[in-house]
Design a protein around this ligand. Sequence first.
Ligand SMILES: Cc1cc2nc3c(=O)[nH]c(=O)nc-3n(C[C@H](O)[C@H](O)[C@H](O)COP(=O)(O)OP(=O)(O)OC[C@H]3O[C@@H](n4cnc5c(N)ncnc54)[C@H](O)[C@@H]3O)c2cc1C
Length: 320
Amino acid sequence: IFSLANLSDALAIRSALERRPQRALLVGAGLVNLEMAESLSRRGVAVTMLEKCDHIVPGLDPEMADLVEAELARHGVAVWKGRSVRTFFGNPDGRVQSAWVSGIAEPVAADIVLVDIGVRPETGLARAAGIALGRSGAIAVSERLETSAPSIYAAGNCAETLHLVSNQPVANALGTAANKQGRVAGENLARVPAVFRGVLNTWVVRVFDAAVARTGLTEQEARACGFLPVAAQITAGARARYLGEEPVTLRAIADRASRRLLGVQAVGGGADKRVDVAAVALTAGMKVDEAAQLDLGYAPPYSQVWDPFLVAMNALLRYL
Ligand SMILES: Cc1cc2nc3c(=O)[nH]c(=O)nc-3n(C[C@H](O)[C@H](O)[C@H](O)COP(=O)(O)OP(=O)(O)OC[C@H]3O[C@@H](n4cnc5c(N)ncnc54)[C@H](O)[C@@H]3O)c2cc1C
């Protein structure tokens, strides 16, 4: 039974794979297990993925998560939603053999189990030093990443940051922010003033043949943050039809009251590019009206005259 948080975990999993497991049980349908589902399937391991919630991939709205689930199913991954592990059973060598899964009468056989049920900021050292934590549970820092203890800085998964759309403190466990924060903290330590403004929780992951990406807020997150969200979902070709269209589905969220763009999710061809464009629009605080007019590049191999991002913005305008 493994989790995958660092290099030694990865090496341990690789050596377990040398025993040629036949069946893998992936507990939790987060980004790491999505990647593991693909890796294990490509090695010929039969993969079953369990998710406690009613849709996979936290960070996507259910309508988009369904597309990811379809991609997993297309590659033979069994996805069981609304189910969790009650207990594991081992063999006399101490290796996992099966799991008792809620709602399933018989134990589910598994030769290897990977657990990906979320991350929490590691704040033990900071707490022991009397350093203040923020509302998110991560270490509270200033824009310069200084903690409540003068001259002590925090960066990466342990440090709290600001969500640039919701304006709320968040614990963001992504390498993109960690790298920038490391630089900012280092500059401040070297007495070169620098600030880290915050994050949009932008990520991208490959799931078999589909790119899956998001930035900003989902519809569910936007509602929880007090916005009046409006969502539009479109599917368009990521390039000219005669070059093999490569469909991409975009779901865009805006605030009905302010017309501000709040977030974009994408699944399919060029999802990364469309979500990165959205990240720029969100950082600039654009209204949908402005985002719908962005001058994006077009040539048949790369886009359509109306890029799917612009199609999504125009679809949103109809609801605002
Ligand atoms: C499998 C996997 C895939 C990922 N893929 C992506 C991705 O594609 N894109 C993305 O943006 N993010 C990704 N992430 C997230 C990203 O790796 C993390 O957000 C990032 O590494 C966090 O950086 P960090 O410096 O806070 O922590 P870490 O990278 O974990 O570094 C912390 C270091 O501190 C060391 N340490 C801990 N305690 C002590 C101590 N007391 N004294 C000294 N050293 C100590 C640890 O050993 C470790 O080396 C992924 C994470 C995982 C697990």
